[in-house]
Each structure stands twice: as structure tokens, then as C-alpha cells.
Design a protein around this ligand. Structure first.
Ligand code: SF4
Length: 231
């Protein structure tokens, strides 16, 4: 397989940019999980259409090798098998660390919290890009919760919530907007942040641009998010 960037364009300075952008098919994996029966379907589809897949940093499967002629058929087949595909307007699926009960440092069941968030908001349509959610089961923050737009970190006193982080060319560390909240409050906060983002975004926007507004719905702590979280 040829090396390929997310955009399907040669990233080497001075290199060729004549490569045709690849067809986009990304299977969303809630919680980063793929059951054996689902895996069999992906393998069968990949074999039929001569595809391979890339495990994305967002814990999804990006299928590589589709053509303009077969991309719609592949999408239909995957949707018909019950897979969710990445599409414009979908609510952001949380990126999660493995958390309890699988990690010995875990303080919270991150997969269960991810399920709750997807169950509550997954049906929303027309969600404006581009903001991301991450859930970490302890302050080690393996899901990168301080480097996404809305990050949740479990502590011994409940969940801390961060907003305004991002990666990319100019990374930003998120700022803490709540300490020691419970899972119901986390879900509630995410809903309010989603509504606020939608109301104050024309087309697309990262959450950090909204933190400075007077009507931002939560207090933003001055300290940097990378200061030690309370345990
Ligand atoms: S963030 Fe904590 S609970 Fe989650 S995988 Fe890392 S060490 Fe384990």
C-alpha cells in the first residue's frame, strides 16, 4: 500500500500533488470497539472490493482503496450491516481510553460514559464542525482529553471537564471548566456546550474561540489545564 495522507495528497514539500484525492469511507467505532461479527463483515467487504483499512487516531476504521465507481455500493453495504459511517453533521463520537475495569489506574468506566453520550446525542443531525470530545479514566489522560475541544478526566473526586483544547499546527491546552462533577452532569454539560457551539458558529469553529465570550456557559479557570488535577 502506498503511503497516503489524510487528504490523499503527497505531503512532501516539493513532491507531487497530482494524486487524486482518495474516496472517504470511515466506519465509526463507538468506544473504539469492533466485535468479532462486525470484524468479519469488514473483512468480507474489504476482500470483495480489494480494500484495506487504516486504524485512525480517532479510533475509527478508514477504508482505503475505494473508487468513485464502487464507493456508494460499499457505503450502502456497510450501512445495511448496521455500521455508522463518518458523515457531515454527525455528533462527535468521543475518543476514549480503556478505563475501568480494564486499566489498573482507572477511576471511571469510560466506555459506559461514551455509550451514554452517544445514546443521548448520537441522533442529532446538522451538528456544525469541528469540535471533538475525549474521555479519560484518570488524570494520566491517555485519551488526550486536554487536547480536544471538550475533554473529560476522571479523578478521585469525580470528573473534571476541560474545554478549548486542540492539536494541529497550533496546539492549545484545554482549560478546566468544571471540577468533581458526576456523570449526569458531564452529559448535561456536553449538551449545553453543543447547543452553545451551534448557536455561536456560522459554519465551523473550534471551541477555544468561544471561551473568551462573556456568555460562555461555564466558568473558565485561569490556570492552565496541565496544572496537576486534584485526585
Ligand atoms: S487515562 Fe488512566 S484509566 Fe485511562 S488508560 Fe490511561 S492510565 Fe488507564
Amino acid at each position: 500500500m502506498n503511503a497516503e495522507t489524510e487528504g490523499g495528497v503527497d505531503p512532501v514539500p516539493g513532491g507531487s500533488t497530482s494524486v487524486r484525492p482518495a474516496e472517504h469511507i470511515t466506519i465509526l467505532l463507538p468506544g473504539g470497539l469492533l466485535a468479532p461479527e462486525e470484524m468479519k463483515i469488514v473483512v468480507a467487504v474489504a476482500a470483495r472490493f480489494d480494500l484495506t483499512w487504516y486504524a485512525t487516531t480517532a479510533q475509527n476504521l478508514r477504508l482505503l482503496g475505494a473508487t468513485p465507481e464502487n464507493v456508494d455500493a460499499i457505503k450502502r453495504m456497510l450501512k445495511g450491516s448496521g455500521f455508522l459511517l463518518k458523515e457531515a453533521g454527525r455528533f462527535p463520537k468521543p475518543k476514549v481510553c480503556i478505563g475501568l475495569p480494564y486499566c489498573k489506574l482507572g477511576l471511571a468506566d469510560t466506555l459506559a460514559l461514551s455509550d451514554r453520550i452517544i445514546e443521548r446525542f448520537g441522533g442529532r443531525s446538522g451538528v456544525k464542525p469541528k469540535w471533538k470530545i475525549a474521555l479519560s479514566g484518570c488524570p494520566a489522560c491517555c485519551a488526550g482529553s486536554k487536547l480536544v475541544d471538550v475533554g473529560v478526566v476522571a479523578t478521585r473526586k469525580g470528573f473534571d471537564v476541560f474545554a478549548g483544547g486542540k492539536g494541529g499546527l497550533q496546539p492549545k491546552t484545554g482549560k478546566r471548566i468544571a471540577r468533581g462533577v458526576n456523570d449526569d452532569e458531564v452529559v448535561e454539560m456536553i449538551g449545553r456546550l453543543a447547543d452553545y457551539h451551534d448557536a455561536h458558529t456560522e459554519k465551523k469553529q473550534r471551541m477555544f474561540k468561544l471561551l473568551g465570550r462573556e456568555d460562555f456557559p461555564f466558568p473558565v479557570e485561569d490556570e492552565q489545564a496541565d496544572a496537576p488535577a486534584h485526585r
